[in-house]
Ligand binder design. Structure first.
Ligand code: TRP
Length: 387
């Protein structure tokens, strides 16, 4: 039995990604595919060589079509249930790389509806507020304002609903139960929700009135949604969406992923340098019981969360990461120095990010999509109720 849980609503334990590849039926990204990709991008992002983006569906087809002059667009999303942490930012950095390399549009869905439905203690007002707050983090990463469309599901409800209906009509309750493990005690919004998450995979086809290929960069837990999209959309005359999928940034503590619900295991984009320092200093490492023993026996990077942060985000230079690994194993690099090094890198990134996040407030309207007719705009100023 697996000792982890991986569903779109819950991820815990040590995920066995090889097993997931088999269970989900996704394809590993092999060297042949990487060299095909490189024909277009000229270089390969370290997230790919390091197998952080490790699996895909139909990436070959996306590249074939691109080569034939039929370019794709990118679609990704975020469930705005709280503040953004580094685990969220990682796939977005990669999505930006894809946008830069292929010069294509990105459609970014903020699923405030989903988070309201699935999170018992989250109000709709708060989920909606987080959409706007989290959009600042997305914009701060530097997506092209002319080619990037960010939207809250609540704001784009009309368009989403019209198209979700057609999708929902093709999905049975028993499929939803089997795909997501939802049971009879699930609320009925949860049962319907996946049809809303499918719409952005055809949004460009709807706009252009012809099929446009779509690729979705996402963390592997979202695959069940898009497996369903791939079943249903051809029945409605659309292409199946392709995907490129990543693993999770681990928790700073032992085991599991970085999780917003366990504050000290995650580094948030709003954290101050002092907080970051404290969290990294308290992190779970592969170090020995004392400095003396560590000098003799060396540390164990393969279980170390500090090492994983270097490897997955902050030390992307291959020579540098090899050096960290060999110095650690050889007992030359102790945890204090390694943690300091990581803290400095994180704080350098966050200081800049926080500046750009502030500036994003001035340009947020260049990115956000809304529908024109909106009852909220008719509510008088005194009645601040959420309509
Ligand atoms: N359901 C995702 C979450 O909870 C949000 C999301 C919507 C998403 N559309 C997506 C994520 C497309 C990745 C790709 O975080």
């Amino acid at each position: 039995m697996a000792d982890y849980i991986l569903t779109p609503w819950e991820v815990s334990g040590e995920v066995d990604y090889d097993q997931i590849i088999k269970e989900f039926g996704i394809e590993p990204i092999d060297d042949k595919l990487l060299s095909y990709l490189k024909e277009f991008t000229n270089e390969i992002h370290p997230f790919l060589t390091r197998k952080i983006f490790f699996a895909h569906r139909d990436l070959n087809w996306i590249l074939d079509e691109y080569q034939k002059g039929n370019p794709f667009y990118l679609y990704t999303g975020r469930g705005p249930s709280g503040n953004v942490h580094l685990g969220h930012v990682m796939p977005w950095i990669f999505t930006k790389w894809l946008q830069d390399k292929f010069n294509v549009e990105l459609w970014f869905q903020l699923t405030d509806d989903e988070k309201f439905l699935f999170n018992q203690s989250l109000s709709m007002e708060d989920a909606y507020k987080y959409s706007y707050d989290n959009a600042l983090d997305i914009i701060a990463l530097g997506f092209d304002p002319k080619k990037t469309f960010i939207f809250s599901d609540i704001d784009l409800a009309g368009t989403l609903y019209r198209n979700a209906l057609k999708i929902a009509k093709k999905i049975t309750f028993s499929t939803i139960k089997a795909t997501f493990g939802l049971n009879n005690s699930a609320n009925i919004g949860q049962i319907f929700y996946t049809s809303i998450q499918t719409v952005p995979a055809i949004i460009k086809s709807i706009i252009e009135g012809k099929n446009v290929p779509c690729i979705i960069p996402h963390a592997v837990d979202q695959d069940p949604h898009f497996r369903l999209s791939r079943d249903v959309l051809p029945k409605l005359g659309y292409y199946k969406p392709a995907s490129i999928q990543c693993i999770f940034l681990p928790s700073l503590q032992q085991g599991g992923k970085m999780s917003a619900s366990v504050e000290h295991t995650a580094i948030f984009t709003k954290d101050t340098p002092d907080i970051v320092k404290k969290k990294v200093n308290n992190a779970f490492t592969g170090g020995q019981a004392s400095a003396k023993i560590q000098r003799e026996l060396g540390g164990n990077p393969s279980i170390c969360s500090v090492y994983k942060y270097h490897f997955m985000l902050f030390t992307l230079d291959d020579d540098e990461i090899k050096k960290i690994q060999s110095r650690c194993k050889g007992g030359d690099l102790l945890c204090g120095e390694c943690k300091n090094n990581l803290t400095q890198k994180i704080n350098k990134f966050l200081t800049k990010h926080q500046e750009k996040r502030e500036k994003a407030k001035d340009v947020i309207d260049d990115y956000l999509l809304k529908e024109k007719i909106n009852l909220r705009s008719l509510v008088n100023e005194k009645n601040k109720k959420f309509v």
